[in-house]
Design a protein around this ligand. Structure first.
Ligand SMILES: [Zn+2]
Length: 162
C-alpha cells in the first residue's frame, strides 16, 4: 500500500459532465443540491501510483470522480460558477482535503463516502432511483487527482444526454 498520492494528474479528459442530485443533509435535515463530476473518454492512472514511470491508459467507460484532491484551474472555475456548493473541504473521516459538497442551509460537508455509497444520491441502483438526477456536459478539458469509479448507472446518464 502506497501512502503518498501522485503529484501529477491521474485523470485527464477532453470534456466532463456535472451530475446534480438532491440529498437530505445529515446535520440540519434540510434538502440541498449536491454535484459530482463525470468523465467519459479519458487518460487515467492509479492515484496511488508513485512510480515515476507509471503511464496513462486510455479508458472509455464513464466514471465519477470521488475524493478529488486536485482539479486544474479551468475546470475548477466551471465548478465554482455552476456548482458553488462544491468547495475545498477538510474531511476528518477521509483525513484529507477534497472537493466536497456543502449544505446550502448549514454548510455541513456532505461526505463523498455517503453520497457515493450504494443507494446514495450518486449510486442509484435502478433507473427509477436515477430519474431525478441531472446531467450537463462541459466542453472544457479537465485534469484531476481523484479516484475514478465506473458504474452501470452512468450508462443511463450517458444515454439520456446523447
Ligand atoms: Zn445542512
Amino acid at each position: 500500500m502506497k501512502d503518498e498520492r501522485l503529484q501529477r494528474p491521474n485523470v485527464v479528459a477532453r470534456r466532463f459532465a456535472l451530475i446534480g442530485a438532491k440529498t437530505t443533509c445529515w446535520s440540519c435535515r434540510g434538502v440541498t443540491d449536491v454535484t459530482t463530476i463525470m468523465v467519459g473518454e479519458r487518460l487515467e492512472m492509479s492515484p496511488w501510483d508513485d512510480d515515476i514511470d507509471a503511464t496513462y491508459e486510455s479508458r472509455n467507460e464513464p466514471a465519477v470522480l470521488k475524493s478529488i484532491v486536485f482539479l486544474d484551474v479551468d475546470a475548477a472555475e466551471v465548478v465554482a460558477s455552476n456548482a458553488p456548493r462544491l468547495r475545498w473541504s477538510f474531511s476528518t473521516t477521509a483525513g484529507e482535503r477534497y472537493l466536497g459538497n456543502r449544505c446550502g442551509q448549514c454548510d455541513a460537508l456532505q461526505g463523498d463516502w455517503y453520497l457515493h455509497k450504494p443507494e446514495g444520491p450518486f449510486f442509484p441502483l435502478s433507473q427509477t432511483a436515477a430519474k431525478d438526477l441531472t446531467i450537463a456536459w462541459v466542453e472544457r478539458e479537465l485534469s484531476a487527482i481523484a479516484t475514478a469509479v465506473e458504474s452501470t448507472w452512468l450508462d443511463w446518464m450517458l444515454s439520456r444526454s446523447e
